[in-house]
Design a protein around this ligand. Structure first.
Ligand code: 5GP
Length: 122
């Protein structure tokens, strides 16, 4: 099955500059910005600039340059936000069961408080 990308999603609009964002880091292939409804003192979203729906789409179809840039961008955000000392969490929701709200790949970098157990029901 192919991945259908909707270029009207909110992160596509952010990438086109149609909606403002609080940028943490911009690289050749990636953008990191603060989540509008932060769930922890540090809550940064990291997205590729390419039109990828979710992590598996990206992992299967992105170029090596995009993948390296994206993973390094996550590492740089971690460094900039100082998350290593007290710990942090990386989350990427995908599809219906993953309860993905925005259909453009993003990882959540969460830190700054105890984040509780990994999953809860509901
Ligand atoms: P998902 O549930 O898809 O994994 O997460 C989508 C995230 O995007 C949510 O945490 C939500 O708060 C965030 N979000 C939705 N719209 C906007 C927006 O316009 N700007 C920013 N910065 N974050 C947004």
């Amino acid at each position: 099955m192919g991945y259908a990308y909707d270029d009207q999603n909110i992160f596509a609009k952010i990438l086109r500059g149609e909606i403002p964002n609080s940028t943490v880091l911009e690289t050749e292939h990636s953008l990191a910005f603060r989540d509008i409804r932060p769930q922890a003192p540090t809550h940064v979203l990291v997205i590729p600039k390419g039109a990828y729906v979710c992590f598996d789409h990206f992992a299967q179809e992105a170029t090596e340059a995009e993948i390296v840039d994206y993973v390094r961008a996550v590492g740089d955000v971690c460094k900039m936000e100082g998350v290593a000392e007290n710990g942090w969490r990386l989350i990427s929701n995908a599809g219906e069961n993953g309860v993905q709200e925005v259909p453009h790949l993003h990882v959540h970098v969460l830190a700054g408080r105890n984040l509780g157990r990994m999953l809860s029901r509901g």
